[in-house]
Design a protein. Structure first.
Length: 239
C-alpha cells in the first residue's frame, strides 16, 4: 500500500480538520489514517516507515501522480545519471518518459542512457528527449502526455532567458499541470559551491531567482555516490 501523500502532508491535513472545531487533533489524525486504509494514525506512522524506499529501485514506486521531486547535487555527483535511471525504469514499465534538457546535447544523453542499458535506441517509443532552446513550463506542458514521468534538466535554467516567465511562476504552472494530468515531475537542481565537501540540504539549493522550495514535496540530494531524502520526514539514507 502506498500513501497518497508524504506523512508530513497528511499531518497538515489532520491539523486543518482539527481547526474545524469538531474534533481533537488525535481524532483528526485517525480520520486521515482511515482514509489511507489504516485503522489508526499510530499504525499508519509505523507502516509509513516500512513503505519508505530503501534502495534506488524502490524510489519510482514511492512517487505519486502529481509529485514534484527535486534532485540536487554538486557537479559530478551523478544527479543526471540518477534521474535517467528513474526514466529507464519507467520505460521498462511501459510508462511514457520525457527528458527535457537545456544543459546537455542529444549525443551526451544518449551516451549516458546507453551506459545504463545498451539496448535502448534513439527511437524508443517510451523514452522521449527534447533539447530545444524554447523549453519552459508552457513548452513542457504542450509536449507531455497524461500520466508521464518527466525530468527537467535543470531547474535554474528555466528562466535564464529574460523573455521567459519567472522561475516561481513556471514551477507553479508545472505543479498545476502535474496534478491535473497525473504526471510525476523530477527537477534536477544545482547546489551552491559552498556545499563542496559536505552533505547538501535545502539551504544549499542555488537560487539566483526567487523560488519557494515548498512546492517540491519530495527532495533527494546526492553526495559522494549516496542518495538521501531530506523531504519527506528529514534526512534518511536510501542506499
Amino acid at each position: 500500500m502506498k500513501l497518497s501523500a508524504p506523512i508530513y502532508v497528511l499531518k497538515k491535513k489532520a491539523k486543518e480538520l482539527k481547526r474545524s472545531g469538531v474534533m481533537t487533533l488525535n481524532e483528526a489524525l485517525d480520520v486521515v489514517a482511515r482514509e489511507e486504509g489504516f485503522s489508526s494514525w499510530s499504525l499508519l506512522a509505523c507502516k509509513g516507515e516500512e513503505l519508505f524506499p530503501r534502495d534506488q529501485g524502490e524510489i519510482l514506486g514511492f512517487l505519486n501522480a502529481g509529485d514534484l521531486m527535486l534532485i540536487g547535487a554538486r557537479p559530478g555527483h551523478g544527479k543526471t545519471t540518477f534521474a535517467l535511471e528513474l526514466l529507464v525504469q519507467g520505460m521498462r514499465e511501459e510508462r511514457q518518459c520525457f527528458f527535457f534538457s537545456l544543459e546537455y546535447t542529444f549525443k551526451d544523453v544518449l551516451s549516458k542512457v546507453a551506459d545504463l542499458d545498451e539496448s535502448i535506441g534513439a527511437n524508443n517509443e517510451y523514452l522521449h528527449f527534447d533539447f530545444s532552446d524554447e523549453i519552459s513550463a508552457s513548452y513542457i506542458a504542450g509536449k507531455v502526455t497524461p500520466g508521464s514521468i518527466v525530468v527537467i534538466d535543470y531547474l535554474q535554467l528555466l528562466d535564464q532567458v529574460r523573455s521567459k516567465p519567472s522561475l516561481q511562476s513556471q514551477v507553479d504552472e508545472l505543479k498545476e499541470f502535474a496534478t491535473a494530468n497525473e504526471c510525476i515531475l523530477i527537477f534536477i537542481s544545482q547546489v551552491d559551491r559552498e556545499a563542496d565537501g559536505k552533505k547538501p540540504g535545502l539551504a544549499d539549493v542555488r537560487l539566483p531567482n526567487e523560488l519557494d522550495l515548498d512546492v517540491f514535496n519530495k527532495v533527494i540530494f546526492i553526495h559522494e555516490g549516496h542518495q538521501y531524502f531530506v523531504r519527506p520526514e528529514g534526512i534518511l539514507w536510501i542506499d
